[in-house]
Design a protein around this ligand. Structure first.
Ligand code: GLC
Length: 625
């Protein structure tokens, strides 16, 4: 072709494409409406059906949606951690639909009242927006309202899995909901329905165990959290997480890759979500992990086709913390691919300005349809209406005094008792007599509320020490033993001698959360515990070991030195539940929700595997005669 003709042709094509693209942008701009484009009468008109509590939720949603600008819709899909608000006024300026407190993102002072005051202040700002849409506020209340100082801290999920008691889970859900509602907050990122298949995974303790049947049966906690009516002020929205397969990653690598056939994925990891959806769980959080190499946060088949369409999940889907950033490509493609995959709300949770502008551009460029935006916003608004937030947006302070109440602590103490698993009881040294002459207590986890509570307690990672009110295992022992019994405590075992009737050594793990708890290089006892145990062993006194840990630890070589072994998991604030069983006021009822390995080389090892040869099998647990 002659270059000149070619050149002219290109000019015409370029001009045409500018006209077409320009036309498309104008067209999209018109449909992607801005406040000034909307007929202000429509927004201000008297029949604000969405404000009528007697109208049906679908009517209220469609009425409100019809009044919303694109900016307001995008705001509803944006979740920000309170710590990253540049100013509280941004809540209204950007029409933010949701805030969260990530682990440890607490007001100062960290008291129930200041949480409620903070929540109410944020909510009042949200209600200054033109359409007065209330915030929904999320928090990881994963074993009680665990960010709040003084709240009841229940055993972590792995211990509850040992209890095999769905009714108990409902009671825990009800108590947790009240302690969350008492701070104003109306949404918890729980329960974690992860099925831990390799205990080297740092989140094993957030799982109810290796068998999906436990997590399925424990969907009763959702009934406790959400109540019979979401509108009740003691009800909060629950979250089934993390969709899907987070507990099945290779090597227990947190946020890693789960390599399974679709049928295996369905049988092991999807199954518990089916029960959760049947129980009406209001939200689902997506997993950081991948399935056969594809990140879940961009997985439209698993999120839209399976979760929303096949399983009929009608709540809203929230991303994990900055998880869309992990998708391949630039941030624009992260936003586009995650929203188009079916995520409805993005836990940004820091740079919300960039997220909002990126999402706006993607819509205006036609890369995300308005129907997808409207579907996401409708799902979010539906839950806000069902929660009654438009009628009762502020804290119901009648629940604030329930935080850390005796009633709730009694439920937690009962849960501790039911979570304990007796693995060895040589010559039936247990139950201990309350009238023993002399008891020696040792170990780094004997007198440490922080260690016995584990991660997700007051802070994200948790921490050792006297971090919140409760009863340590040592204090529980002192409370139960008779006044004639001399109870001596030394963390390292210094002072032990043959005059003691028994030595109770409380070993295990220090707090951790998520990937920081991954242990690819071994699950043995740490040097501190080994040293303490050796110190005690030299005295010749009978030894009762209690392991406070988020998973089974490898202690095969030391087991023969001990007369008894109890797995106490991560019991939380009510350590006296351990003494209740140790001294026989209650019998052991717990059984292992996870296989106990002889060595790390056996991992992953799960019930049903070929050549299954654990130290203690799934379902094992001794009782008193
Ligand atoms: C974390 C966890 C998730 C939690 C969220 C908010 O990274 O993966 O379980 O709900 O962030 O704290």
């Amino acid at each position: 072709m002659n270059k000149n003709v070619h050149f002219k042709g290109r000019w015409v094509l370029t001009l045409l494409s500018i006209i077409i693209v320009g036309g498309v942008i104008c067209l999209v701009k018109l449909t992607g409406t801005n406040a000034e484009d909307i007929d202000t009468d429509l927004r201000a008109e008297g029949n604000q059906i969405y404000k009528d509590p007697n109208a049906s939720v679908p009517e209220r949603v469609s009425d409100l949606l019809s009044k919303m600008t694109l900016e307001e819709k995008i705001g509803q899909m944006t979740q920000v951690d309170r710590n990253f608000l540049r100013s509280e006024e941004d809540i209204a300026k950007y029409y933010l639909g949701s805030l969260l407190s990530g682990g440890g993102s607490s007001p100062a002072p960290n008291t129930p009242e200041s949480w409620a005051n903070m929540y109410d202040r944020y909510q009042s700002i949200s209600l200054t927006t033109p359409l007065e849409i209330p915030l929904i506020y999320g928090i990881d209340a994963v074993h009680g309202n665990n960010n709040v100082y003084g709240s009841t801290i229940f055993p972590h999920n792995i211990g509850l899995g040992a209890a095999r008691n769905p009714e108990l889970m409902k009671r825990i859900g009800e108590a947790t909901a009240k302690e969350v509602a008492g701070t104003g907050i109306n949404w918890t990122f729980a329960p974690c329905l992860c099925v831990a298949r390799d205990e080297r995974w740092g989140r094993t303790y957030e799982s109810y165990g290796e068998n999906p049947e436990i997590a399925s049966s424990y969907s009763t906690i959702i009934e406790g959290l959400q109540g019979t009516n979401l509108t009740d002020s003691s009800s909060i929205l629950a979250t089934a997480k993390h969709w899907v397969g987070d507990g099945g990653t290779i090597g227990g690598d947190d946020q890693g890759d789960t390599q399974l056939s679709e049928q295996e994925l369905r049988d092991i990891h999807i199954a518990p979500f089916i029960d959760a959806i049947e129980k009406g769980v209001g939200s689902v959080m997506i997993s950081y992990s991948s399935w056969n190499g594809e990140k879940l946060h961009g997985h439209d088949y698993l999120i839209t086709d399976v979760l929303k369409q096949e399983l009929g999940f009608s709540g809203f889907v929230v991303s994990d913390w900055a998880a869309i950033d992990q998708l391949p490509g630039d941030y624009a493609s992260d936003v586009r691919d995650s929203i188009n995959a079916g995520i409805d709300m993005v836990m940004v949770p820091e740079d919300y300005i960039t997220f909002i502008s990126t999402l706006r551009n993607e819509v205006n460029e036609g890369n995300i349809s308005m129907s997808r935006i409207d579907d996401a916003v409708s799902r979010i608004l539906t839950k806000k209406f069902e929660l009654g937030l438009f009628e009762d947006p502020y804290t119901d302070r009648t629940y604030t005094p329930t935080i850390g109440s005796e009633e709730h602590r009694d439920i937690a103490r009962d849960a501790v008792r039911q979570s304990l698993v007796l693995l060895k009881n040589e010559k039936e040294i247990l139950p201990l007599s309350k009238d023993l002459n002399k008891i020696f207590v040792a170990g780094k986890n004997a007198n440490n509320i922080g260690n016995q509570s584990g991660g997700w307690t007051i802070s994200w990672q948790g921490s050792s020490g006297d971090i919140t009110p409760g009863t340590t295992i040592l204090e529980g022992i002192k409370n139960v033993a008779s006044e004639n019994t001399e109870v001596t405590f030394n963390e390292r075992g210094v002072g032990i001698n043959s005059s003691y009737d028994v030595a109770i050594v409380v070993v295990g793990e220090k707090p951790y959360a998520e990937g920081q708890g991954d242990r690819p290089n071994g699950l043995g006892l740490d040097r501190t515990d080994i040293t303490t145990l050796n110190q005690i062993k030299r005295s010749g006194v009978p030894i009762v070991v209690i392991s406070v840990s988020g998973r089974p630890l490898v202690m095969t070589d030391q087991l023969s030195d001990w007369n008894a072994l109890i797995q106490a998991w991560l019991p939380g604030t009510e350590g006296d539940g351990v003494a209740d069983v140790l001294f026989g006021d209650y019998n052991f009822t717990g059984t292992l929700p996870i296989s106990w390995p002889r060595s790390e080389e056996q991992l992953p090892m799960n019930i049903g595997d070929e050549n299954y040869d654990p130290l203690f099998p799934y379902g094992f647990g001794l009782t008193y005669p």
